[in-house]
Design a protein around this ligand. Structure first.
Ligand SMILES: NC(=O)c1ccc[n+]([C@@H]2O[C@H](COP(=O)([O-])OP(=O)(O)OC[C@H]3O[C@@H](n4cnc5c(N)ncnc54)[C@H](O)[C@@H]3O)[C@@H](O)[C@H]2O)c1
Length: 466
């Protein structure tokens, strides 16, 4: 029996139809067969759920998102339209009503107008780090989670920092500039091996901890400062307060997010607390360092060098000039010796791009197929353990609703004739999300259930997966 798609009513609040898995799915059969040979205690195979009208789910991928992502999503049986360019708002408004999911990078803007036109849209994937190109609040209110990939480039940043530590320590860029200008200047004064030196990592998160491992492999001693107590990797040591790190480290590297408390976290006082002849590296966010104070510390030779990949203001496009019209001190900074300046390339590698493709496409598929919102930036994060292959008549309810009193009682009243195997609900701001797995639901009941939940007054979007 083929899946039975049910017409999608187009009025608001949004309701999406359900399709039920065919009873003789090849994969299911294979899984069941495997299960029948499995002894007690062997891990149960998860059931492959089928979202609403599976064959009909259409995805629009823009801005040349990686082929790996396209292949992965096509392998999930989604129809994928892939474009190399970004679309304008008008073009999007015209196209988006046909799609259930969209993948973008940083150039496509998903505005309120676009979201209003997106009558079928279930999910947005930002195949990049930032999400400020999407109207996140409007998307959440429309029941649309937004996923991104904040940590896919951690390794790339950590490796760049290692390169900068060695390049600063050997005055490598300075020697290279001189030779490019035709000047032979072979010298060892003020040039050091990094072995045995102390690296001070400020912020021991995804990047800081990766860096810790790499630096120890080079024979460096690693200390770190973080606002939370963290288990050190290898022989690294957490220190507190920040001043203790600044007083001990030969290299100070910053890996904190930009927050009100981290803006100008390294300013005149902190620079003075750093060791004479030490180095500062910033690959985090530009406003974490007070750059005029850093310029003074470099000019006075208190610091022996610095590497900066991020700046308080950064040009919007490649080819733009980086001069005093961008930041008032740009030309002074550019003129200083042993200062490495790079255009925010910490995470810019082929590997990071590929990982972003994998991570975001998997998040899209997990949401469309299983309702999981883990990792969503604008949505309550909800997940349930898998329905197993032998639980053939189980149905997963995915109910996005306004965060208001009485909703759970109403929904649970509707679910009361069935056994609710598991249920989880969470809220974020005005939006709440409930996932529930219901046992022993007949195909006819599935539609009734969906209609009843969709009619509750707080409903934003109800999907059933089976
Ligand atoms: N240069 C680039 O291209 C590039 C690429 C990726 C990330 N980044 C930036 O690197 C930074 C770190 O990224 P991540 O992925 O490691 O982040 P993360 O969230 O994994 O880690 C940040 C760590 O900083 C700690 N922290 C927060 N406030 C602090 C404070 N006041 N003092 C000390 N520690 C504090 C947190 O507890 C956490 O352990 C972010 O600013 C991110 O935007 C830059």
């Amino acid at each position: 029996m083929a899946p039975q798609p049910i017409a999608i009513p187009q009025k608001s609040p949004r309701v999406v139809a359900t399709s039920i898995s065919p009873p003789t799915q090849t994969l299911h059969d294979r899984l069941r067969h495997r299960e029948s040979h499995a002894s007690f205690g062997v891990i149960r195979q998860p059931k492959v759920l089928h979202p609403v009208d599976n064959e009909g789910l259409r995805l629009l991928l823009l801005e040349n998102i990686s082929q790996e992502a396209v292949s992965y999503l096509r392998a999930q049986a989604f129809t994928v339209d892939h474009y190399t360019k970004a679309l304008s708002e008008d073009e999007l408004v015209e196209k988006i009503p046909h799609y259930h999911a969209i993948g973008i990078r940083s150039k496509t803007r998903i505005t309120e107008r676009v979201i209003k036109a997106a009558s079928k849209l279930l999910v947005i994937g930002c195949f990049c780090i930032g999400t400020n190109q999407v109207d996140l609040a409007t998307a959440a209110k429309a029941g649309i989670p937004v996923f991104n990939s904040p940590f896919s480039n951690s390794r790339s940043v950590a490796e760049l920092v290692i390169a900068e530590i060695i390049a600063l320590s050997r005055q490598l860029f300075q020697r290279s500039f001189e030779l490019r200008a035709g000047i032979w200047n072979k010298q060892s004064k003020g040039c050091w091996e990094v072995r045995g030196k102390t690296l001070g990592i400020v912020g021991y998160g995804h990047i800081g901890s990766q860096l810790s491992v790499l630096a120890e492999a080079l024979g460096m001693r690693v200390i770190f400062y973080d606002v939370i107590n963290l288990m050190p990797l290898g022989s690294a040591r957490q220190v507190d307060p920040l001043q203790a790190l600044l007083a001990e480290a030969d290299f100070v590297t910053l890996h904190v997010p930009e927050l009100p408390e981290t803006v100008n976290m390294i300013s005149k006082t902190e620079l003075e607390q750093m060791k004479e002849g030490s180095y500062l590296i910033n690959n985090a966010r530009g406003r974490v360092v007070d750059i005029p104070a850093l310029i003074e510390a470099l000019q006075s030779k208190h610091l022996a060098g610095a590497a900066l990949d991020v700046f308080p203001a950064e040009p919007a496009s490649n080819g733009a000039t980086f001069d005093d019209s961008v930041n008032s001190w740009s030309s002074t900074l550019r003129s200083l010796p042993n200062v490495i300046l790079s255009p925010h390339i910490g995470g810019s590698t082929e590997e990071a791009q590929r990982m972003i493709g994998e991570e975001v496409s998997q998040a899209l598929a997990r949401y469309l197929n299983y309702g999981s919102t883990v990792g969503a930036v604008n949505f309550p994060e909800v997940d349930l353990r898998a329905i197993t292959a032998e639980q053939g008549d189980h149905v997963r309810v995915c109910h996005v609703h306004n965060n208001q009193p009485g909703v759970l009682r109403q929904v649970n009243d509707i679910l009361s004739p069935y056994n609710v195997e598991k249920q989880y609900s969470d809220s974020k701001g005005d939006v709440a999300y409930l996932l529930a797995d219901i046992a022993d639901v007949s195909p006819t009941d599935v539609n009734k259930l969906r209609e009843q939940i969709s009619k509750t007054r707080a409903n934003i979007l109800t999907r059933l997966l089976a």
